[in-house]
Design a protein around this ligand. Structure first.
Ligand code: NAP
Length: 259
């Protein structure tokens, strides 16, 4: 299926590894030129080089922290005129609800709520002028059902979700579609780190911690970042023009809900 976006340009934030990389690869496979971002330059250059070689698209790299105002300014300058924006950043650390103070919440809000809002505010007006745009925000299944140890994530992503619900309907008349993509457990460094933390806390091996977590997923396994990327690419496609302000859950059935 040709998604009809060959030759478009996309900024994919936090994309040297994991889910962001899955999205970058899937867009590149559709012939989309990329601006890729991460803090660490080495992994970013390696990922960008592999995509150029495999898909033959243009890839510009911007090594910076998307959660800071300086990083956002750098990204916005590099991404002038983009057609597609995929918002992503690292997730907040786990803990207990009693652990976090104001500074912890500010960091989580900066990375997982205010950074995507800043990039949308800067880049969506150009999409509206040109009459076409797609924004996908990578959030979390924690938007649908809270994850007890990820209270910072639960909070910051709920704020972004509320912002998108209102904003997406204001920009839809101009051909710009903003939606959120909600990962359940996917096989990335992030989930490996959470499994290691749980193993240490519960006195289990990492394999036991992973098996215990996966036992509650109806699909019986973690998701593949490549499949996640393919869904993102569809949400950036010509065929997503009637999808407005939606929260698309990819969780192997983990959230036990009718809607
Ligand atoms: P990951 O495997 O740890 O990859 C994170 C990527 O983001 C790396 O490329 C990392 O590179 C980059 N990054 C992190 N912080 C950044 C920052 N401040 N500025 C720019 N780049 C940054 O993580 P993931 O599993 O793909 O998760 C992506 C997002 O989805 C996270 O917010 C996570 O909480 C959320 N999520 C993941 C899962 C899951 O199961 N994997 C489930 C629910 C939600 P550098 O470190 O070099 O910057």
């Amino acid at each position: 299926m040709d998604l009809g976006i060959k030759g478009k340009r996309a900024l994919v934030c936090a994309s040297s590894k994991g889910l962001g990389l899955g999205c970058a690869r899937a867009l590149a496979a559709e012939g989309v030129d990329l601006i890729m971002n991460a803090r660490g330059a080495d992994a970013l250059e390696a990922a960008a080089g592999a995509i150029r070689t495999e898909f033959g698209v243009d890839v510009v790299t911007v090594a910076c922290d998307v959660s800071t105002p300086e990083g956002q300014t750098t990204l916005i300058e590099a991404a002038q005129g983009v057609d597609i924006l995929v918002n992503n950043a690292g997730g907040p650390p786990p803990g207990m609800w009693t652990d976090w103070d104001r500074e912890d919440f500010i960091k989580a809000l900066d990375a997982n709520m205010l950074a995507p809002i800043a990039l949308m505010k800067a880049l969506v007006p150009g999409m509206m002028e040109r009459g076409w745009g797609r924004v996908v925000n990578i959030t979390s299944q924690s938007v649908k059902a809270p994850i007890a140890v990820l209270g910072l994530s639960n909070s910051a992503r709920a704020g972004l979700t509320g912002y998108v619900a209102g904003t997406s309907r204001q920009v839809a008349p101009y051909g710009v579609n903003i939606n959120n993509l909600l990962p359940g457990s996917h096989d990335t460094d992030r989930i490996a780190a959470l499994d290691s933390g749980n193993a240490a806390k519960d006195g289990k091996s990492v394999e036991e911690a992973r098996a215990a977590r996966q036992s509650s997923i109806p699909a019986g396994r973690d998701g593949d970042p490549r499949d996640f990327g393919a869904t993102c690419a569809f949400m950036c496609s010509q065929y997503a023009s009637f999808m407005v302000g939606q929260n698309i859950l990819l969780d192997g059935g983990n959230i036990n809900a009718t809607l």
